[in-house]
Design a binder for this molecule. Structure first.
Ligand SMILES: CC(C)(COP(=O)(O)OP(=O)(O)OC[C@H]1O[C@@H](n2cnc3c(N)ncnc32)[C@H](O)[C@@H]1OP(=O)(O)O)[C@@H](O)C(=O)NCCC(=O)NCCS
Length: 237
């Protein structure tokens, strides 16, 4: 089971100034926050943590009453996020964070394995060079055969699903994005009960030649003008 939550920036008080809401940051987080030089990065970092902490409290009942400052959202040296709580330490869960403009998307699985990845992207036109550079030949063909009106959505879903898979593998964009191939996104027509699974999630068929990339599963759904994707090492959503 993967829990997930999207938070818009106006859900996090004080965020427009890049200021941390009172009583929100843990001691280690305050140190990290002090080192963030740019307002945009401060805002997205704060909103990601706001969303991840709320998700933890909503999805795991034993943390439902925990104060936000007792929860730390940290990053391992490779950048992947983790959760720890005061007096307990690092939690045996898998967390993934994504931020885009005015919103954050977090996913949480109540066990560390298989790891999960989450990504949010705004649907917008991308230059054909983008597809040429970052997509496989097979993916470029899928884009080419897609009706023009649906192309931006398809490219966004495919790109986002690649990012989710690369987060699952803890590689991010250190890896060649063409080593993750999106083979099918289950159609890009508007959401309907017939085409979508539980919660509007559609299955993505994905293959990868990257180390550790066996039994990959991925899903996508719309969220207004955004696309959300999730990935996991095996079928567990
Ligand atoms: C993972 C990555 C593709 C995400 O970039 P993005 O699409 O611009 O940003 P998103 O908002 O979707 O995701 C950012 C979040 O991804 C997570 N992340 C970063 N690196 C990650 C990794 N190796 N594996 C899994 N998740 C990772 C972090 O939680 C980060 O948010 P936070 O820093 O506020 O905690 C990109 O950060 C990357 O390629 N990182 C690895 C290479 C790198 O430059 N690392 C430097 C940090 S050590």
């Amino acid at each position: 089971m993967i829990h997930w939550l999207v938070c818009p920036a106006d859900a996090c008080p004080g965020l427009e100034d890049g200021a941390a809401p009172p009583g929100f940051l843990s001691t280690p987080e305050r140190e990290t926050y002090a080192g963030l030089a740019y307002p945009k990065r401060r805002r997205e970092w704060l909103l990601g943590r706001w969303t991840a902490k709320r998700l933890l409290r909503l999805s795991l009942a034993r943390y439902g009453e925990l104060s936000l400052r007792a929860i730390t959202v940290g990053n391992d040296p490779d950048g992947a996020p983790f959760l720890s709580v005061d007096r307990e330490g690092r939690l045996p869960v898998s967390l993934s964070i994504s931020h885009r403009q005015d919103r954050a998307f977090c996913a949480l699985s109540p066990s560390p394995a298989p790891p999960i990845g989450a990504d949010i992207e705004r649907v917008e036109p991308r230059d054909p060079v983008f597809v040429h550079d970052f997509f496989t030949t097979g993916e470029a063909q899928l884009v080419q055969h897609c009706p023009p009106a649906a192309r931006d959505t398809l490219v966004t879903v495919m790109w986002s699903a690649k990012e989710s898979v690369l987060k699952t593998l803890r590689l991010g964009l250190r890896a060649d994005t063409r080593r993750v191939e999106i083979q099918d996104v289950g159609g890009i027509e508007p959401a309907s009960p017939e085409s979508d699974g539980e919660g509007g999630w559609r299955q993505v068929q994905v293959q990868s030649t990257l180390p550790g990339a066996t039994h990959l599963c991925a899903w996508w759904r719309r969220d207004g003008t955004y696309v959300l994707t999730l990935a996991a090492g095996s079928s567990q959503r």
